[in-house]
Design a binder for this molecule. Sequence first.
Ligand code: GLA
Length: 536
Amino acid sequence: MAAIITTTAAPSPWTTPRSSPPPLVFTIPPFPGPDELIPAAKSLSDVYPGSDLPSQSLRWQALSDKFKLIYKRPVSFVTRSPGRVNVIGEHIDYSWFPVLPIAMAQDALVAVAIARDPADDATVEVANVDDQAYDSVSFDLSDFSNPFFQIKHTSHWTAYVLAGIKGALTFSKLCSTDTFKPLPKLRILIDSNVPVYAGLSSSSALVCSTILAVLAATCSHPPLAAVEKSFLVNSAVIAERALGINSGGMDQTASVFGVRDSSVFVDFRPLLSPMPIPVSSDLVFVLANSKVVSKRADIGPSRFNVRVVETTLAAEILAKRWGAVLDIRDGFGGTLRGLYDSVCEREGWQMGTRASEEHAMREIVKRIRTEFWQKTYSLSEICQMLSITPDMLQYKYMTRFPISAQSLNLRDRAIHVLEEAFRVKCFSAMLSDGNRNMSALGSLMNASHNSCATLYECSCPEVDDLVGIARKHGAEGSRITGTGWGGCSVTLVRAEKLHRVMTGLRQDYYKVRGFEPDVIVVRPATGASVASWPGL
Ligand code: GLA
């Protein structure tokens, strides 16, 4: 990773009063995005739409009351980051292709106070408002200064909090500034209403909020730290990977750059460039939870990380055969995006229109089919194709993120990625052109799901069932969303058919299986912020 540059906003000696020190700005190459800062929320209405204010003020009041009850002191500030629903573009962000998520209204709140009394323990205390389900944990401050500190219990709920604290300290340490202090004694209370294990990035929401909380708390005058959104995204991506998932950057970008009433078209190359695309109110997205647990810690080694290796190896083998030179993604391996761009350039194809993108995608898919004529390849066959030893294969691709696989499917995974990337471009172009051809949008979602189910094999029978039920009851399109192998479906519905589709899902899925209905309308929400106001 390139060095992290810290820019301290140049204070004007004439206009900056002594009492207000210049803010810290945390910024991180190599993927600097727009130099927007995380907003400071001064009231709940900066965060939530008017219709949510009554319920959110009760929730925030309960958080504040519980904080006082547990820690015998008031909350200093609250950081918040939302979960996300991916509309289209599944499992292509780690191949560096653009995706189209939405930040949800559901979010992870991290309420913080610094214990300044010398008599207080030198600890970081972490509790959850739902103390029946989540036990409180106390960490010694010295744990965090130990460079060999490792998160042992990666499936404990606080693993994401620890990853966030450690990540914040690691990245901020690279910022040379005297206004940044060592980790103080923190009291933290968490309230997240992002459904867990549902493929909605509850983990990224928690990591983003925690990093933001630590950055704000370790600044001399909390919460004055000015954190660049792209710094937060990059730190959160890297911090979360420490828990064993070789993920892309979609979840964190959606959580940080979310915009109310908009989806976010996220491109990762050459820079992180999130672009809001308004979602008009006649496009209704419905989220239905299959209740099949999609737990990252469980699916990482046998599924998720295997897909990352399959797509990486597909890119590298094809690049070797076609003489393409690939950029290395995050110190791991080449990407299909790199391959795609390189082929288009070498062929001299004029890109930038739907027809040219479609031609390039189809031509490259055709070539992939002829290169990989077997469905799967053994590890030794892959070594031969790359001219490397089994030890090298293991070391380069299967050590940092352990995987368990005997053979790999390169062809179908690569075809999914290229075709899905084209669908994202079509869908996003239609949305930004204000094209409300619902059935065309729906068809793209249906095709995305079919590809996830058959080529990428990241769905499961229950989510396939949800998708089929929604389509049967009149949805325009429906697909699995998020990490996969369980979790939720996202469905595009015309407003006038919303009732019919919701009822159909309740009757044919939840009632038949004896589950509590878990189906909601998605409302695109704002991204991460730091909230502080008197009496919080
Ligand atoms: C997980 C990862 C993301 C993305 C999705 C699948 O949520 O964290 O980076 O790969 O799965 O689209």
